[in-house]
Design a protein around this ligand. Structure first.
Ligand code: NOJ
Length: 752
């Protein structure tokens, strides 16, 4: 009861922000003039314009806007297009209510930054916040008020194509990144003309789709939800996110879009969320396929669960009038949903200026300007992860004869990745053009080597959604022969390979996650030349690279690095930038290991190679190929033993854990120092390690620095069997190092 009071006060407090009296009065007045149909009209969000993600475009949308039957639209941008539709709403609808304009601005609007999985590999939350500010500036100049980002779904299954859209597998890092993005987009004040409304998605647990198959069922215990999957959504709510999107999956047998426990009990009552809940694309209609009822039942279930806005389905505008009249949906429920949408518009300043922030001049100066392009390159450089580098193969020596081989050497189309909003691949810098800019008159060799994929059926599928994959007129044998001829003339081979961008993202699950087509065959042939082979990867998920790791000299993971990808990769390859990215998702050895993640439980029979009856495989190790947090540098870092300020932590106290990090190599570099904790005994079992802190440190050769983390009982809390957030006394291990595999450890006791 006491807790409930606190939640209610929190909710009240949030809704009493600076605009309270004026906003409430304004919305009260407006709603006083609205018919039931007009209120329901505000709950309708159709897509207008170019759209590749869904099966239908809303018809006769212009008439609906005039009739007050549309609350917002998405997929329309540019000052011109937005002004045209907004004019319809504010001049021709009865109550002149402006529209909300949404868009999937996921990793940049026109200037494209690395895909979110790549961005998360920077472990640089301040950089990510700055990017969100820049993205909001660019998107708002193009007429957008609302982005469907950040995607904060924890993902442990690399078969799921949408891992590229999130921050990986860890709840702590995921929460930090979620916060940074929300703060960057919204800047604490939506009325700023260059702020946009964020939308946390997909609420909830979408990343746990069974078998990594998109849109699939999820089923998990509340303990796993609260401890492992929910923290990033909660962090984003606490950071002030103004909207949240429901997910396609079910939770406890009830579709998220109709799940009252999720949307009302947890989100609004427990977490105090007062913003707007929108469904994912046609998610209300999909409830019929889930098997929970007919059209009217789906609409009633969604609004009664806590949904405010219906993306695309049109179930609300079709069904709610009759449902309200029949008393199956209360008028007050519809009023509450309508109010939240009007409040969002009010906070964005749309009633004061429906054309906020848009004019051609602003668009011309803000979109793809020098600062944003520089930021895109900075992010691309920092997202690159050096997975392997034997014999210091990298950085490359430009005076050597270097053969660049692969279908991605000249490519622009794939560099900006999936969900690249209004990004134009033709404006991306390819690796080859970056090399030409960097080394005028260079004599680098080039051969295509193979197609990205050879399977015609797959190619057709990807091309139906903008894949632009054109098979070479030469046969695979001819391409290979030409590549080998070129490779033989070189001192070193750089193979630039990966997935076409459409192989990750929405509806892009894979059951094999190796390099597709003839790419591995090409690598094997190149290796047989006896020359050192560097693999530069462009892809949107962890791949299985076991053969590549065992046989190649160096591997550089560049994800889809965005508009300045080529420049960033060239700088890293030639040592003008030192790679510092760290993986945020485990790379498995093979698909059979999935799910494989660092913060797993110990089991009663932990892995032991010498004992048969322990938890392991007969045919593959338990260890992943590359663990969470892994990433090398051109220099070496050494880390001292962990020093604790005390071996006992008390309820009101804190202790520090310190290490000294030294750059023992011969060039400047940046290390991400990671703090993991293990709670050795508990009332419920606890993971073998959990990330609890990280710090980035830049060091010159020979330089060293002490890195200190403060540990309080707060950091040791977890949700117990009663779902209470609590810390329990006992022994804890502290690990500090350069990846989750670190064994550099000290022990302390929590005494309460
Ligand atoms: C479906 C996707 O799941 C979601 O992430 C996206 O924001 C919407 N479509 C709108 O395009």
């Amino acid at each position: 009861m006491k807790k409930m009071f606190l939640f209610l006060t929190a909710a009240l407090f949030i809704s009493c922000s600076s605009h309270k009296s004026e906003m409430d009065k304004f919305v009260d007045d407006l709603m006083g003039q609205m018919t039931l149909e007009e209120k329901i009209g505000q709950l309708h969000l159709p897509t207008v314009g170019f759209d590749v993600t869904g099966p239908r475009l809303s018809e006769a949308v212009e008439q609906k806007i005039k009739d007050g039957q549309v609350g917002g639209v998405f997929n329309t941008y540019t000052p011109n297009a937005v002004r045209k539709l907004q004019e319809l709403a504010v001049t021709q609808s009865r109550l002149h209510i402006p529209l909300l304009f949404g868009y999937d601005v996921i990793h940049g609007h026109r200037t494209i930054y690395p895909v979110p999985l790549g961005l998360s590999a920077t472990w640089d939350t301040e950089l990510i916040r700055r990017i969100a500010v820049a993205v909001a500036d660019e998107a708002s100049a193009d007429g957008i008020h609302w982005t469907f980002s950040p995607m904060v779904d924890i993902a442990r299954d690399p078969r799921w194509g949408r891992v590229s859209e999130g921050a990986g597998e860890d709840p702590f890092l995921g929460a930090e990144i979620a916060r940074a993005m929300v703060q960057g987009y919204e800047q604490g004040d939506l009325s700023k003309p260059n702020a946009i409304m964020s939308c946390i998605k997909h609420f909830a647990l979408y990343g746990a789709a069974e078998a990594g198959r998109d849109y699939n069922t999820t089923d998990m215990s509340r303990l796993r939800m609260f401890n492992e999957y929910l923290p990033p959504y909660k962090a984003a709510v606490e950071a002030g996110a103004s909207s949240i999107m429901t997910s396609f999956n079910e939770i406890d047998g009830i579709p998220a879009t109709g799940n009252r426990w999720l949307l009302t009990d947890l989100l609004r009552r427990q977490w105090g969320f007062s913003g707007l809940v929108v469904t994912d694309y046609t998610a209300i209609a999909e409830m019929e396929n889930h098997g929970v009822g007919d059209k009217a039942q789906a609409a009633a279930m969604a609004i009664n669960a806590g949904v405010d806005m219906d993306m695309v389905s049109e179930y609300f505008i079709d069904e709610l009038p009759a449902l309200a009249k029949a008393g199956k949906v209360k008028q007050t429920t519809i009023d509450a949903a309508c109010r939240r949408i009007l409040e969002a518009k009010y906070k964005l300043g749309l009633f004061a200026d429906p054309y906020r922030g848009i004019n051609e001049e602003r668009a011309a100066t803000q979109i793809m300007n020098t600062e944003k392009l520089a930021l895109s390159k900075e992010a691309a450089v920092k997202s690159i992860v050096l997975l392997k580098n034997d014999h210091r193969t990298l950085p490359l020596d430009a005076s050597k004869k270097i053969a660049f081989i692969g279908p991605l050497v000249h490519d622009r189309c794939n560099l900006i990745g999936n969900w690249s909003a209004a990004g134009n691949p033709q404006q991306a810098v390819s690796l080859w053009s970056a090399l030409e800019n960097k080394f005028a008159g260079n004599t680098f060799l080039y051969a295509k080597g193979c197609n990205l994929i050879d399977d015609a059926t797959l190619r057709d599928k990807l091309n139906q959604h903008g894949g632009n994959i054109i098979p070479d007129s030469r046969s695979p044998q001819q391409l290979l022969a030409e590549a080998l001829q070129t490779a033989r003339r070189a001192d070193i081979i750089v193979a630039v390979l990966g997935e076409p961008f459409g192989m990750s993202g929405e509806a892009a699950s894979r059951s094999h996650i190796d390099l597709p087509g003839h790419q591995q065959a090409l690598l094997k042939a190149l290796k047989e030349t006896g020359k050192p082979v560097v693999l530069v990867l462009m892809n949107g998920r962890p791949l299985t690279l076991t053969w590549e790791h065992d046989h190649l000299d160096a591997i550089l993971e560049t994800w889809y690095a965005g508009t300045r990808a080529g420049d960033a990769i060239a700088d890293v390859l030639f040592g003008d930038a030192n790679p510092s990215g760290k993986l945020t998702m485990t790379f498995p050895r093979n698909v059979g290991q999935i799910p494989v993640y660092y913060n797993h439980k110990n089991t009663g029979r932990p892995f032991n190679d010498k004992e048969k009856y322990t938890s392991k495989y007969l045919d593959v190790s338990n260890e992943p190929l590359y663990p969470f947090g892994h990433g090398l540098s051109y220099t070496q870092f050494t880390c001292s033993a962990v020093q604790l300020s005390d071996t006992t932590l008390t309820a009101a106290g804190s202790i520090t854990a310190s290490v000294t990090i030294a750059n023992s190599g011969d060039c400047a570099g940046e290390e991400t120092v990671q703090l993991y904790i293990r709670d050795c005994t508990g009332s419920i079992t606890r993971p073998v390690k959990e990330l609890k802190g990280f710090q980035k440190v830049a060091l010159q050769p020979g330089e060293s620095r002490q890195i200190t983390f403060t540990i309080t009982p707060e950091a040791l809390k977890f949700y117990n069997a009663d779902l209470l957030l609590t810390a329990e006394p006992g022994e804890f291990w502290v690990f500090i190092g350069g990846s989750s595999a670190t064994e550099n450890k000290a022990t302390f006791t929590l005494s309460l």
